[in-house]
Design a protein around this ligand. Structure first.
Ligand code: ZN
Length: 242
């Protein structure tokens, strides 16, 4: 079984479509939250995801724009984008976002937007945070997003310490005995200095997680955001991936 793992699409339809066009024939798409927020196409991104056999959990942006997460925790640009997103979403799509679970477990994988300890808000940046989170999920592996940086964290095992890595594009990570927390990076707003859309394909038969990047039409998304009056910083950053 092949599973596409995507996160932080952030209403960037051009980026999401580039990822979908780049995928092998996957059986399912698992989305780790922040389907909307920041970008110009919230309804279209959600409806595109719904067209696939998929699993989805809530991100802070998904819930902020439907009044289920505290907007005052956002910076002014994110607040403005969230209010704009709320003004664009159909009532039906808002209800879908409102009903997204904050986490779920499927087979060997727990899915959480931020972390299993604090699914909607915590950013796992350091190995020490990853280790602290290992006791908050019982499956062998956890998939998270939220930081917009592709990464893998592992706990201590066999006398080896905990650690982390930023897998390079087109590298395959073995998913074996060791417990792992895997972040596929962001489809719609990468923050690791590479503007290309980021995602992972899980090959459950081969026990591999493959990290991928794919270019998309950044200028097209920026033009839509400018036209919508979304904050300058939110569209400027897409060109540099930060
Ligand atoms: Zn996000």
């Amino acid at each position: 079984m092949l599973v596409a793992v995507v996160s932080d699409i952030h209403s960037n339809l051009a980026a999401f479509q580039a990822v979908l066009a780049d995928l092998p024939a996957v059986d399912e798409v698992w989305c780790l939250g922040d389907i909307v927020g920041y970008g110009p196409d919230p309804n279209e991104c959600l409806e595109t995801l719904l067209g696939y056999k998929h699993l989805a959990i809530a991100g802070n942006h998904d819930w902020a724009c439907v009044g289920k997460a505290d907007l005052s925790l956002f910076n002014p640009d994110a607040q403005a984008a969230s209010l704009w997103t709320a003004s664009q979403l159909t009532e039906e799509n808002k209800e879908i976002l409102r009903r997204l679970p904050s986490e779920m477990t499927v087979g060997d994988f727990t899915l959480a937007h931020g972390s299993p300890r604090d699914p909607v808000w915590e950013y796992i940046m350091q190995p020490s945070q990853a280790v602290a989170n290992l006791s908050y999920f019982t499956s062998r592996y956890c998939l998270v997003g939220h930081t917009h940086v592709p990464a893998v964290f592992w706990g201590p095992a066999g006398g080896q310490p905990a650690g982390s890595a930023r897998p390079a594009p087109d590298t395959a990570l073995e998913i074996g005995e060791r417990r792992l927390i895997i972040n596929p990076g962001s489809v719609g707003q990468p923050r690791d200095g590479d503007p290309r859309a980021s995602y992972v394909v899980l090959d459950l038969a081969q026990r591999l997680a493959r990290f991928h990047r794919v270019p998309y039409d950044v200028a097209a998304t920026q033009a839509k955001m400018r036209q919508a009056g979304l904050p300058y910083m939110l569209w400027a950053r897409l060109a540099a991936g930060w």
